[in-house]
Write a protein that binds this ligand. Structure first.
Ligand code: FA5
Length: 357
């Protein structure tokens, strides 16, 4: 073959290479095409091997012609490589690109949290900072812990204050978190500083502020020289931390057989701003925080000497508190399973965003 024939062949190869290069969509495909044309066994590579067969006077020209064709084809590859690389970078940046397993993993955002859980975590955080432990007790409870050890013997009229689901096995669904008071006294003895968040059940007629399944958070402090001043200080701190501002509250006498004296701490309804609505039963106030000084009889049930120790307890209405915090006017939303009621992490207060197993 003379140099003129070589030129014709090279023009054909270049044309073929141009089409193949354009058709290559990925760097890997482009590498394959490159080997087909420029590799040792590729079409241009093989022609390079024929230079020595040309007569000496044509060899130089043949070499220059082949080199020029090889450079032109190489330029085609380089240009296409740049195009593919920049489109892959753009695709990566938009998240739609090919997966690169060598990149660090992407941290997925936390899922949304139930309003009661969000407030519960926040309260746990506040109390753990104050040195309280977080305790738990059974939801299926005995008459003894739910009533008797709380100074509510059989036939006591105070049993009617909490309509009870009795079970056929003689146990009951706990009507409040207070049974964990005596359980904790038995378990640890004094001094005690604990909270008990948990689910409670009452055989109630359901309305905007009453559910048959709801959450409370018990609090119990027992030590020497505990007074009502300690109780009020802790209640104040709790509400300020949950709402991140002072909220309007009122303290009034309240009767619970397991505390003496007992109080009802109500907060101004944040749904209507205190003017009256279905959530607060038109009163402008929501009962959230009954509390009081632990009755000496309850301390005795817990095998604690009431002459040496005193204590306070509270039974925070966790579900109602969550309603106030997140502006939920109807308690039925809480158990309805509607994902729109869940709290995105961005709406939770700072320290409550903790990952749980
Ligand atoms: C009790 O359950 C007492 N164990 C609280 C207590 C503990 C008092 C320690 C003194 C010392 P009460 O029945 O009021 O109290 O319920 C406490 C709170 O739970 C109420 O203020 C209310 O916020 C909430 N609660 C009660 N019943 C329901 C219900 N059916 N639905 C939603 N929340 C309720």
């Amino acid at each position: 073959m003379d140099v003129e024939q070589l030129k014709l062949i090279l023009a054909g190869i270049e044309q073929e290479a141009r089409q193949a290069v354009q058709a290559a969509a990925t760097l890997e495909a482009l590498r394959g095409v490159r080997a087909k044309f420029l590799g040792k066994k590729g079409s241009l590579g093989q022609l390079m091997g024929t230079i020595r067969d040309y007569p000496p006077e044509q060899r130089g020209l043949a070499g220059q012609t082949l080199n020029a064709a090889s450079q032109a084809v190489t330029a085609l590859f380089e240009e296409r490589q740049k195009q593919i690389e920049s489109s892959e970078v753009a695709a990566d940046a938009s998240g739609a690109g090919a997966h690169d397993p060598s990149l660090p993993g992407v941290r997925l955002p936390l899922g949304n949290v139930h309003p009661v859980t969000a407030v519960q975590w926040q309260i746990e955080h506040v109390f753990q900072r104050l040195g309280f432990t977080v305790e738990a007790g059974p939801e299926m409870e005995s008459d003894y812990y739910n009533f008797e050890a709380l100074n509510i013997p059989a036939m006591h009229p105070a049993r009617d204050m909490q309509d009870t689901f009795w079970l056929t096995n003689g146990l009951l669904l706990r009507t409040h978190t207070s049974p964990v008071q005596v359980r904790t006294m038995e378990k640890f003895g004094p001094p005690i500083r604990c909270i008990v968040p948990g689910r409670c059940f009452r055989y109630e007629t359901i309305d905007a502020s009453h559910e048959n399944t709801f959450h409370q958070c018990e609090g119990l402090v027992i030590d020497r020289n505990i007074s009502i001043a300690n109780l009020i200080a802790v209640m104040r701190l709790l509400l300020r931390e949950v709402f991140q501002r002072d909220v309007k509250v009122r303290l009034r006498p309240g009767y619970f057989p397991f505390v003496e004296p007992g109080f009802e701490l109500d907060m101004s309804c944040l749904i209507c701003g205190g003017s009256g609505c279905a959530t607060c039963k038109r009163s402008g106030w929501v009962e959230v925080l009954p509390c009081g000084m632990v009755h000496p009889n309850v301390l005795r049930y817990g095998e604690i000497d009431p002459h040496e120790y005193t204590g306070f307890a509270f039974g925070l209405g966790l579900t109602r508190l969550a309603m106030m915090k997140y502006g939920i006017s109807d308690i039925r939303v809480m158990n309805a399973g509607d994902v729109r009621a869940l709290v995105p992490p961005s709406r939770m207060a700072g320290p409550t965003i903790v990952e749980r197993n």
